[in-house]
Write a protein that binds this ligand. Structure first.
Ligand code: 5GP
Length: 180
């Protein structure tokens, strides 16, 4: 059996940071008619749920899902594809992409290119976590929760083989071959 993940970021720390991000986003979008929050399934569902509820500006919520290509040839380029798209056109909308974690950055880079082509009025990103040591492409995150070390993290929406998504904190799992 896998051991319980080791706590990296507590429930209280996440709550405070989400409140602060929400305040900053609400200030930045105060003159905007509607913020179109776009959650990236599945990992961002809890972050999106909490973040969307602390905003004080009008907002809508929608989801997209991406899938990575698994073959070795495409892994090198970080190729991803859209498997669930938004329900409405994005043209003229103020889109805020809500991600769980930015690792190499390929996923977000693909997503931003794809969404930019649809001519939104503005396009920004919020990510709960980022592993700066792993970044391979030049992207910047407008609203970042925490930077973390290069470890596999779970909880608050993030999984390991579909486990641990509902943990209230961010924890580190140690794969069995790493455990002494
Ligand atoms: P990127 O394209 O930036 O390399 O990868 C981003 C995606 O990889 C995230 O949306 C997430 O699905 C997955 N990912 C990267 N690092 C972690 C991690 O530490 N834990 C979990 N659960 N997923 C991760």
């Amino acid at each position: 059996m896998t051991e319980q993940p080791e706590v990296l970021i507590t429930e209280e720390e996440i709550k405070k940071r989400v409140q602060a991000l929400g305040a900053q986003i609400s200030e930045d979008y105060k003159d905007v008619e509607d913020v179109y929050m776009l959650g990236v399934l599945r990992g961002a569902f809890i972050f999106l749920a909490d973040l969307s509820r602390v905003l004080t500006v009008p907002r809508r919520v929608d989801f997209i899902a991406l899938s990575s290509y698994e073959s070795p040839s495409t892994a090198a380029t970080g190729a991803v594809r859209l498997v669930l798209d938004v329900r409405a056109p994005l043209r003229g909308k103020h889109v805020l992409v809500v991600e769980d974690i930015v690792d190499t950055g390929y996923t977000l880079q693909y997503l931003l290119r794809t969404l930019q082509a649809r001519e939104p009025a503005s396009l920004k990103t919020a990510s709960l976590l980022q592993k700066p040591d792993r970044l391979e492409v030049p992207i910047s995150i407008d609203y970042l929760g925490f930077t973390i070390p290069d470890k596999w993290v779970v909880g608050y929406g993030l999984d390991w083989g579909d486990r641990f998504r509902t943990l209230p904190y961010i924890g580190v799992v140690h794969p069995p071959d790493e455990v002494a």
